[in-house]
Design a protein around this ligand. Structure first.
Ligand SMILES: [Zn+2]
Length: 236
């Protein structure tokens, strides 16, 4: 009685190995990881630039505040001199009043500038906050994906590593003449063994003749598909 079950299992195992190996090569997850990493690096660079901008705006704000304080001090000193009676000449009073007006204008101007700088600073701060949240999100996503990827890789390696031993055990159960024929056929057809389902060869989908089906079920001889030439396997 010819039973091709073990040979069939070997063929399945070889197909499995092939698909495992090709999934190692065309690694979609690895390319997604690479893209994500590049994205994170770009975001980090943008964050750094923005942070520098924030730093220089802060410096600018401090300078404006100091300028305003200094102007206020000068106004204070001048007002004091005007009203404590230390200036007596009318001409000097007039020029001091003019200077005072000028200084007050200057104060108004620096205060406006200070406000504008504060607004810019706030806008940059908000942008930084948003960018930082985005970066954290991306980094988390990367770590998760990387973890999954490593786990997946490990699982595939383990499966691949088990295949040769399984295959060897199966091979020991296959008749050597049948194996020789199979190996010979494999030079021309990638999957020389085809299972018969619903009276048809699953290799080419063409139905078997009554005689071939009967011979297959009797199991006394090897039966080949008359259409595609594959060796036929009938699962008992
Ligand atoms: Zn066929």
């Amino acid at each position: 009685m010819i039973d091709l079950k073990h040979l069939w299992e070997i063929q399945l195992l070889d197909q499995q190995r092939k698909s495992l190996e090709s999934s190692f090569k065309g690694d979609d997850m690895a390319s997604e990881l690479r893209a994500l990493k590049n994205d994170i690096e770009e975001s980090r660079a943008a964050f750094k630039t923005l942070k520098e901008e924030y730093g220089s705006l802060k410096k600018e704000l401090r300078k404006r505040e100091m300028d305003t304080d200094e102007l206020k001090e000068r106004v204070g000193a001048m007002s004091k001199r005007l009203y404590d009676g230390s200036i007596t000449s009318a001409k000097e009073v007039q020029s001091s009043n003019q200077k005072l007006l000028f200084l007050q204008d200057e104060i108004k101007r620096t205060e406006d500038l200070t406000l504008a700088t504060m607004e810019s600073l706030e806008a940059v701060r908000q942008k930084l906050e948003k960018l930082s949240a985005e970066l954290n999100e991306k980094a988390l996503h990367y770590r998760r994906l990387h973890g999954t990827y490593l786990g997946h890789q490990q699982k595939m390696r383990k499966m691949l590593a088990q295949i040769p031993q399984l295959r060897q055990k199966l091979l020991e159960k296959v008749d050597s003449n049948i194996w020789k024929k199979y190996v010979e056929m494999k030079k021309k057809i990638a999957d020389p063994l085809a299972r018969v389902e619903k009276g048809a060869c699953t290799g080419c989908r063409v139905g078997l003749s009554f005689n071939d089906l009967r011979a297959l079920k009797q199991g006394g001889t090897l039966v080949y598909c008359q259409n595609c030439g594959r060796m036929l396997f009938w699962e008992r």
